[in-house]
Design a binder for this molecule. Structure first.
Ligand SMILES: CC(C)(COP(=O)(O)OP(=O)(O)OC[C@H]1O[C@@H](n2cnc3c(N)ncnc32)[C@H](O)[C@@H]1OP(=O)(O)O)[C@@H](O)C(=O)NCCC(=O)NCCS
Length: 399
C-alpha cells in the first residue's frame, strides 16, 4: 500500500494566500521573463513589434526591415537596411548536400516534417553550429531565415518533378520566394501580400513554438536544436498548422450554401472546433486576421474562381463565429483563418502554408532565444504529484 502526498508536502504548488493547490494548465498567463520584443494587447486587438504597431509595419515597412527591427530592436537607417538586405540575399542559396537530401525525402510527407529534417541537416553543415555568442546566433539567424524559403521552394519543385529555380538576388525576400516557387516573377500585388504575410507571421511573443525554442536554448543547447524543436511545436493543428486545417475545413464545407448545415452539425454539437478561431491571448479579433482578410477579399474579387469560393465560405463561417462564439465566449477568428486564402491566390499548395509561416516565425524564435539566453536561467517548472509514494515493490514472480 502506498501513501498519497499531501498538498502541504508540495508547497511550491500552493497559493501563498489561500494555501490551495494552484495548477496553471497550459501555463496560461504565466510570465516567465521580461521582454522588449513584442506586446500583444489581446483585449483591444493590438500587436506591436518593438513598440511599432503591425498596422504601421504592414503598411509602411518591408519584411527585411521588420526582421532588422525584431532582431536589433530599432528601425534601420537606409544604409543599414541596404547592407542587411544584401546580407540576406547573399545567404539565400542552400548547400548542395541539402538539395540532395531534399531529393531523398519521401515526396508524400508533410512539408513541416521535411523542413524539420532539412533545417537539422543545415545545422550539421554549419561550421558555427555550436557558437552561442550573440554574434554567432545572429549570423545563424540571418543565414536560416534567408535559406528557409529556398528550402520550401526547392522541395515544392522537387516533389513535383520540376527543375529547381535558383534564387534571384535582384528580388526582395517575398518576390524571390514566389519566383523560386513558380519560376516567374510574381505580380506586384501578390509579392506585396507575401511580404505583408511574412511581416504578420514574423513574431508573436511567448507562444508554444517560441517557448519550445527558449526551453531548448535555456539548457545551453545549440541554436539549430532550438529551431528544429520550434518547428515541431508549430506543426501542430492547435498552433501553426491551423492555417492548413482552416483550408481543409473550407474544403469540407464545400460551398457557401453549406456553411449553415456544417456549422450546426459540427460546431453547435461540439464535434469539431472551428480551425482558425480562438486564441489563448486574443479575447477579441486578431489584428493580423483583419489585414489578411482584406487581402483575401481583394484577391477574391480580382481572381474569382476557387479563391472567391473560399472567401465566400470563410466570410459566412466567420459571421457565425463572430456572432455565436466571439460575442459570448471570446472565441474569435484568428490570422490562420484568413492567411490560407491569400496564399491560395498566390498558387501555393495548401499543405505548405505552415512551412511558410515557419519561415517567417524563425525571426521571432531567434529573437527570443537571443533575449532569453542573454540572461539565462534553465526553464524547469514543476508538476503537482497526484500519485502515491512508498509503494511496496513486489517481485515479478509474486505479482
Ligand atoms: C488556439 C487554441 C488552441 C487556444 O486554446 P486554449 O486557450 O487552451 O482554449 P481551450 O482549448 O481551453 O478552449 C476553451 C473553450 O473554448 C472552446 N474553443 C476554443 N477554441 C475553439 C474553436 N476554435 N472552436 C470551437 N470552440 C473552441 C473549447 O472547446 C473550450 O470549451 P469548453 O470550455 O466548453 O471545453 C484553441 O482556441 C483552438 O483549438 N483553436 C483552433 C485552432 C487554431 O485556430 N489555432 C491557431 C491559433 S493562432
Amino acid at each position: 500500500l502506498g501513501r498519497k502526498i499531501s498538498p502541504e508536502e508540495q508547497p511550491w504548488c500552493l497559493d501563498k494566500v489561500t494555501g490551495k493547490v494552484v495548477i496553471s494548465k497550459g501555463l496560461e498567463n504565466i510570465c516567465i521573463d521580461k521582454s522588449t520584443i513584442c506586446y500583444i494587447d489581446g483585449f483591444h486587438s493590438k500587436l506591436y513589434y518593438r513598440g511599432y504597431s503591425i498596422e504601421d509595419l504592414a503598411k509602411n515597412s518591408t519584411y527585411e526591415e521588420t526582421v532588422y527591427l525584431i532582431l536589433y530592436g530599432k528601425l534601420p537607417t537606409r544604409r543599414e537596411l541596404n547592407d542587411f538586405s544584401g546580407w540576406m540575399r547573399e545567404e539565400r542559396d542552400i548547400p548542395r548536400e541539402v538539395v540532395e537530401l531534399l531529393a531523398k525525402i519521401p515526396r508524400d510527407i508533410e512539408p513541416m516534417e521535411m523542413l524539420r529534417t532539412a533545417v537539422s541537416y543545415l545545422g550539421n553543415l554549419d561550421p558555427g553550429r555550436h557558437d552561442m555568442s550573440l554574434e554567432g546566433v545572429m549570423r545563424k539567424t540571418i543565414r536560416l531565415i534567408s535559406k528557409m524559403p529556398t528550402i520550401i521552394a526547392y522541395w515544392y519543385r522537387i516533389r513535383n518533378g520540376k527543375e529547381t529555380v535558383y534564387p534571384d538576388p535582384r528580388l526582395n525576400h517575398a518576390e524571390n520566394f514566389l519566383y523560386m516557387m513558380h519560376g516567374e516573377k510574381p505580380e506586384q500585388i501578390l509579392a506585396k501580400a507575401m511580404d505583408v504575410s511574412f511581416i504578420l507571421y514574423a513574431e508573436h511573443e511567448m507562444n508554444a513554438s517560441a517557448f519550445t525554442a527558449v526551453v531548448i536554448a535555456s539548457t545551453l543547447s545549440d541554436y539549430y536544436s532550438a529551431i528544429v524543436g520550434a518547428i515541431g511545436a508549430l506543426r501542430g493543428p492547435l498552433h501553426g498548422y491551423a492555417n492548413v486545417e482552416a483550408m481543409r475545413q473550407f474544403d469540407e464545407i464545400g460551398s457557401p450554401e453549406n456553411v449553415d448545415k456544417w456549422y450546426q452539425e459540427y460546431i453547435l454539437t461540439g464535434k469539431k472546433r472551428v480551425m482558425g478561431a480562438g486564441h489563448r491571448v486574443y479575447k477579441t479579433y486578431d489584428p493580423r486576421a483583419k489585414i489578411f482578410r482584406e487581402y483575401a477579399r481583394e484577391f477574391a474579387e480580382r481572381y474569382g474562381g476557387r479563391v472567391k469560393t473560399y472567401y465566400q465560405i470563410a466570410d459566412r463561417l466567420e459571421g457565425y463565429v463572430m456572432k455565436q462564439l466571439c460575442e459570448t465566449r471570446n472565441i474569435c477568428t484568428n490570422c490562420d483563418f484568413w492567411s490560407g486564402i491569400v496564399y491560395y491566390a498566390m498558387g501555393i499548395p495548401v499543405d505548405l502554408y505552415c512551412a511558410v509561416f515557419a519561415a517567417a516565425r524563425t525571426v521571432g524564435w531567434s529573437a527570443h532565444v537571443v533575449e532569453y539566453v542573454t540572461e539565462n536561467r534553465i526553464l524547469r517548472p514543476r508538476l503537482y504529484y497526484d500519485g502515491e509514494i512508498e509503494r511496496e515493490y513486489v517481485l515479478i514472480e509474486n505479482r
